[in-house]
Design a protein around this ligand. Structure first.
Ligand SMILES: Nc1nc2c(ncn2[C@@H]2O[C@H](COP(=O)(O)OP(=O)(O)O)[C@@H](O)[C@H]2O)c(=O)[nH]1
Ligand SMILES: [Mg+2]
Length: 373
């Protein structure tokens, strides 16, 4: 019988560093000569992560309009499509950052129904250490309200591997305090510290995912779906794609930074707790390079994680914002910044092609199963 494909899920809250890690993991397997298929997921359409992953040359399928657990059949269809295209040895899936209960609704059903096709890796949950320290009460600073924090803690509770990411941002004392708190609270999880951006500590993590060992069977986590749904409904979701056209070449990196800085200021004015603001710019001409900018907390700066080498004349922007505030408020913030942009950059014509803003609906999983025996 042919070797089973490996199914790896990298979970974690919005902005934790899942996509950054997924790209590193995909590189890791590619270097070993393995074929990789990636699956992204969003509650809406037009996802910056998909554009980003594609720009790195990986095969990717996007499941739009709902989470993996509620669109389980789309997940297996996406894997089948990738199989038809390129027969991946490894599937790496990034679930929506506000999702939890993935073991019972995705891992176990995959194992039970498709166990002959896939071997299921342990579930990794990536965390931003500053966000986690606030949620766990180790540090003060603005944070989400209790029902959103409930989802965050449930994600940690079901993790086989808790990946404390971005350790480049912390002093070793702070890392130790966080790791100790996690270890005493989430006793079943293995805790690893990494910097996905700097490729620090990744080997140990990736070696835990690479062999063909099946994830351990555990009791299904208790979760209150009403609190989970209320927590998700406190989050505003905003996705847009815009076309940019200009008579003159302009610096796309400076342009992106200007927009992200203004969005941050306007969202802050409106007391939105920013979970993740992510924006990509794909020039129409060029070799497929794209710029990507991110903001993951109100008190941080928008960072360009990928920049364009040359100037741009036209292109496509994808803008994704997730924040604890009503989606209408996010919409008004974006409208205001686009209007300001037309004054700041009168030569650039920005036209919205697609736009949606909403609160995620109540999660209704396709399956919810106990561990395989
Ligand atoms: N300082 C630092 N930033 C990181 C690291 N990993 C990811 N990031 C940044 O965190 C932000 C969110 O990352 P992303 O991978 O999009 O998170 P996701 O929402 O969980 O997929 C981006 O600005 C990344 O560049 C890291 O190891 N160190
Ligand atoms: Mg992502």
């Amino acid at each position: 019988m042919a070797q089973k494909a490996r199914y790896i899920m990298i979970g974690g809250f919005l902005g934790a560093g899942k996509t950054t890690s997924v790209l590193k993991l995909a590189d890791h397997f590619s270097k070993q000569g393995k074929k990789v298929g990636l699956i992204t997921n969003d509650q809406g359409n037009a996802l910056a992560d998909t554009a980003l992953i594609r720009s790195h040359g990986f095969k990717v399928e996007e499941i739009a309009g709902g989470c993996f657990c509620c669109r389980f059949n789309s997940l297996t269809e996406a894997a089948e499509k990738l199989t038809l295209k390129s027969q991946p040895d490894v599937f790496i899936a990034e679930p929506v950052g506000s999702c939890t209960d993935l073991v019972a609704t995705v891992s176990y059903p995959l194992r039970r129904i498709y166990g002959d096709d896939y071997s299921i890796a342990p579930l990794s949950v990536v965390i931003d250490p500053i966000r986690a320290s606030r949620i766990l009460g180790i540090e003060s600073g603005s944070s989400f309200s209790e029902k959103v924090a409930y989802i965050y803690r449930k994600q940690l509770e079901e993790a086989d591997l808790i990946i404390v990411n971005k350790i480049d941002l912390l002093k070793s004392g702070q890392i130790n305090t966080l790791v100790n708190k996690l270890a005493e609270t989430y006793v079943k999880a293995r805790i690893l510290t990494v910097s996905a951006r700097n490729s620090e500590g990744l080997e140990e993590w990736f070696s835990n995912l690479s062999d063909n060992r099946e994830m351990e069977a555990r009791e299904v986590m208790n979760i209150d779906y009403d609190i989970y749904a209320e927590g998700e409904a406190l989050l505003g979701w905003y996705n847009a794609s815009l076309t940019l056209k200009s008579n003159h070449e302009f610096d796309g990196n400076v342009f992106m930074k200007w927009i992200a800085d203004r969005l941050k200021a306007v969202l802050n004015e409106n007391q939105a707790e920013i979970a993740h603001l992510k924006m990509t710019l794909s020039p129409d001409l060029g070799l497929g390079d794209i710029a990507s900018i991110n903001l993951v907390r109100n008190d941080y700066i928008p960072e360009l994680s990928q920049t364009l080498e040359g100037p741009v004349k036209s292109g496509q922007v994808i803008l994704n914002i997730r924040a604890e505030i009503s989606p209408e408020v996010i919409h008004h913030c974006v409208e205001r910044v686009i209007e300001e942009c037309s004054n700041q950059y009168p030569n650039i014509d920005a036209e919205i092609e697609h736009r949606e803003y909403f609160q995620p609906g109540k999660p209704i999983p396709t399956h919810r199963m106990a561990a395989f025996s």
